[in-house]
Design a protein around this ligand. Structure first.
Ligand code: SF4
Length: 380
């Protein structure tokens, strides 16, 4: 059974002002102690999950995985190969903060087996980076990218954030132009969302910050679609663009509902048992390690998906991808056609020019992609 692997590294140098990810900047747990726990969890999971497995990808996400020493990354890669059949040509991605990447660290990651970097660039404007609370500057990003290439990384993705309060289309265009000029293999573009409990949310509540409107944000996505297509980046998901052959294999697994195992504090897993089973590990690194020290798996929440949950996921995850969903596969899995489960919905969206049908495939039209999140509720 092919299973995709994820390892969560919950440490950051400093918490960004928009961040509600599971990450801490004041942990008493050391990276070495934490990775001991991750490797222990991998062993316990492998014992529980009988049967041959192969893993086409391993993804170090965070947090800031580039705070790990290469030897710790190598330990996890070795454990993945030994316990979960990490494939010889597996895509091994490490998310990295441009402010943390020395030449030595990069060479170490490459030697450890990492073959893809995902750089949290976010912007090429130092004012925007400061507003977001990032620890790096645009100059550090350019240096980090050059160093990564010198260290042997050819497959490098960068993340950008658009739709900051007050951001103009012209400003966003300059970020897109700067990104394209660096010729990364992959570009992700995410709209800023102001999450509850973050410093940006406090500013909004105090009336000191006004989020950009939905229309302006959709315009920025349209701009990205146009500029990136013109520069040779194919859009394959609502927020993701890649040069030919450079799609993220790992992220596509999530949208296709492929099985994945997440290790580490707060990591999520999904297996195709029944209509699907999900669980999430304890989020706090100390609590996570305490469970493992007691010999237990650190599962916090476990949910068996109902048929209704699985049908909805099939649609709203699958439609995120520009390849769309295969309605024959839907019928084979759930025993009834899409049109019967959501009567009138497909026809309505096709007539409105938001969905298109090609053979058995249904996919969002380019017009629908910038407002995709508003359409998915129709399949809940
Ligand atoms: S680097 Fe990423 S995970 Fe860490 S605080 Fe910033 S946004 Fe959050």
């Amino acid at each position: 059974m092919q299973t995709f692997l994820y390892v969560h590294i919950p440490f950051c140098l400093r918490k960004c002002r928009y961040c509600d990810f599971n990450s801490v900047d004041d942990s008493h747990v050391t990276p070495a102690e934490y990775i001991d726990g991750v490797v222990k969890e991998m062993g316990l999971r492998a014992d529980r999950l009988a049967g041959h497995m192969s893993a086409p990808t391993l993804y170090f996400g965070g947090g800031t995985p580039s705070l790990l020493e290469p030897a710790l990354v190598a330990r996890v890669i070795d454990a993945a190969a030994r316990l979960f059949g990490l494939e010889p040509d597996a895509e091994i991605t490490l998310e990295a903060n441009p402010g943390t990447l020395t030449a030595e660290l990069l060479r170490g990651y490459r030697t450890a087996g990492v073959n893809r970097l995902s750089l949290g660039v976010q912007s090429f404007d130092d004012g925007q980076l400061q507003f977001l609370g990032r620890v790096h500057t645009a100059a550090q990003t350019r240096d980090a990218l050059a160093r990564a290439r010198s260290a042997g990384f050819a497959n490098i993705g960068i993340d950008l954030i658009h739709s900051l309060p007050g951001e103009s289309l012209a400003r966003w265009r300059s970020d897109l132009a700067a990104a394209v000029a660096l010729r990364p293999a992959h570009i992700s573009v995410y709209g800023l969302t102001i999450e509850e409990g973050t410093p940006l949310a406090a500013l909004e509540e105090a009336g000191k910050l006004e989020p950009l409107s939905g229309d302006a944000s959709a315009e920025m996505i349209r701009e990205a679609m146009e500029r990136l297509a013109g520069a040779g980046y194919g859009q394959y998901e609502i927020a993701n663009f890649a040069r030919p052959g450079c799609r993220s294999r790992h992220n596509q697994a999530y949208w296709r509902r492929a099985p994945y195992l997440g290790f580490g504090a707060g990591a999520h897993s999904f297996l195709r048992e029944g209509y699907g089973v999900r669980w999430c590990n304890a989020a706090d690194p100390s609590g996570y390690l305490a469970s493992l020290a007691g010999g237990s798996l650190p599962d916090d929440e476990r949910q068996a998906l109902s048929r209704e949950d699985a049908r909805a996921e099939f649609m709203f995850l699958g439609l995120r991808m520009c390849d769309g969903v295969d309605t024959d596969a839907f019928r084979a899995e759930f025993g009834e056609p899409v049109e019967m489960v959501w009567p009138g919905t497909v026809e309505l969206l096709v007539t409105a020019g938001l969905l298109e049908r090609k053979g058995s495939v249904l996919r969002l039209t380019p017009r629908a992609l910038p407002v995709a999140n508003q359409l998915f509720v129709r399949f809940l």
